[in-house]
Design a protein around this ligand. Structure first.
Ligand SMILES: Nc1nc2c(ncn2[C@@H]2O[C@H](COP(=O)(O)OP(=O)(O)OP(=O)(O)O)[C@@H](O)[C@H]2O)c(=O)[nH]1
Ligand SMILES: [Mg+2]
Length: 139
């Protein structure tokens, strides 16, 4: 089964998307950042396709804080496993330097071979519609 990992900085709506895709309410959603910590797995049936979804905690690059480091490591495990990475951003801010820093740090940890096998989608959240920028690494 294909694996879709949802990643991004804190509080951009990753868990909201996870619950929407899985049709359940297993992920805790809150207005405060740093709510999700561990990886959370669920299954989704979307437009006739079944896949595994992983929700991850909000990624804060470059801090030495123990909890934030642990959250980062969890996110790395998820992107390593994933066939598709949904990188969630807040459309009100656009793609920020913070987002770019996360994306680069995540991708640098993967081998080129691993990156080539994955598909990364950038999802601009907090819109009344969904705007997805589709970066295709592989057919
Ligand atoms: N208006 C609006 N609010 C949203 C949207 N998506 C999420 N939210 C709200 O944004 C807040 C954060 O959502 P979460 O899904 O918990 O965000 P997260 O990225 O999982 O946060 P962390 O786990 O802390 O990294 C919650 O109050 C949500 O209800 C959206 O598309 N529009
Ligand atoms: Mg969350």
């Amino acid at each position: 089964m294909n694996i879709v990992a949802i990643v991004g900085r804190p509080n951009v709506g990753k868990s909201t998307l996870f619950n929407r895709l899985t049709g359940e309410k297993n992920a805790i959603i809150e207005a405060t950042p740093g709510v999700t910590r561990d990886r959370l797995y669920g299954t989704s049936d979307w437009n006739g396709k079944s896949f595994l979804v992983i929700d991850t905690g909000g990624f804060i690059p470059g801090t030495e804080d123990t909890m934030e480091k642990a959250i980062r490591e969890q996110a790395y495990v998820a992107i390593e496993e994933a066939d598709v990475i949904i990188f969630v951003c807040d459309a009100r801010d656009g793609v920020t330097p913070f987002d770019l820093d996360i994306a680069i740090k995540m991708l640098l940890l993967l081998s080129i071979k691993a990156i080539m096998k994955k598909l990364m989608l950038i999802l601009m959240n907090f819109l009344n519609w969904v705007w997805v920028i589709h970066i295709r690494f592989r057919h």
